[in-house]
Design a protein around this ligand. Structure first.
Ligand SMILES: Nc1ncnc2c1ncn2[C@@H]1O[C@H](COP(=O)(O)OP(=O)(O)OP(=O)(O)O)[C@@H](O)[C@H]1O
Ligand SMILES: [Mg+2]
Length: 219
């Protein structure tokens, strides 16, 4: 296992596309695989921290950091100085509505960007604008930071999903996973669990999917 710290930010300026769901699942997946994992919440709504507080103490531990501006007025703004020594993976949840100036700030010291996108015309439109803003930033153009897309709340064989696939094909950015639209994510999030921590035989496919996402991010 790599001792080098890796920082993964989950972002899309579009609200409700699954940033928190993906950030919390990534954190629990890394923790389960034995990585010392921290989850940073840059969203004033603190949904990721709420998930972490609901988490059973017997589950693999995740170190939570509240990192949004209103909570860090009197604290060290360099969040990486607030991580425990030995942290190997940092997952960062971000708020909706990030603008160009926020993007630069949120991409400092980042290794991977994960962009969730939903199969709907409105989401495709705003994600296209968001990705354009991201690509304009130098580091991404020079490929120092990898961008990965995850399609979320997918209902296969729908026209909306086919439109999303056509749009993504034009981007030449890897789509690393398709997450199904299922209430299992809603229920798991409520209990502070990752999907692979839910004890249900029917979730084997989803667990394999998350292992695949990790494998990709570690490749
Ligand atoms: N694959 C999925 N299947 C079903 N429901 C999902 C799925 N992914 C996310 N959801 C639900 O969709 C809603 C929005 O997801 P989430 O909170 O992760 O989005 P977000 O991008 O973090 O939102 P915000 O922009 O408000 O921070 C939540 O109720 C969540 O439980
Ligand atoms: Mg959120």
């Amino acid at each position: 296992m790599s001792e080098i710290i890796k920082r993964i930010v989950v972002m899309n300026s579009k609200g409700g596309c699954g940033k928190t769901t993906i950030a919390t699942n990534l954190a629990s997946c890394y923790a389960r695989h034995g990585y010392d994992t921290a989850l940073l919440d840059c969203d004033p709504q603190e949904s990721s921290m709420h998930w972490l507080r609901s988490r059973d103490k017997n589950l693999p531990g995740i170190y939570g950091v509240i990192a949004h501006k209103s909570a860090t007025l009197n604290k060290n703004k360099c969040w990486h100085l607030r991580l425990p020594i030995g942290t190997q993976r940092v997952i960062i949840d971000t708020p909706a509505g990030l603008r160009e100036t926020d993007l630069l700030e949120n991409l400092q010291n980042i290794d991977e960007v994960v962009i969730p996108v939903l199969p709907s015309p409105i989401d495709i439109h705003s994600t296209a604008d968001f990705i354009r803003d991201l690509l304009i930033l130098g580091k991404l153009r020079r490929k120092e930071i990898r961008i990965n897309i995850i399609t979320n709340k997918v209902k296969a064989n729908t026209i909306a999903f086919q439109s999303l696939c056509r749009f993504l094909n034009t981007l030449k950015i890897p789509v690393i996973a398709q997450i199904k639209d299922t209430q299992n994510y809603v229920h798991a999030t409520e209990k502070g669990l990752g999907i692979h921590e839910v004890n249900k035989k029917t979730l084997l496919e989803d667990k394999i999917l998350w292992d695949g996402i990790l494998k990709h991010l570690e490749s």
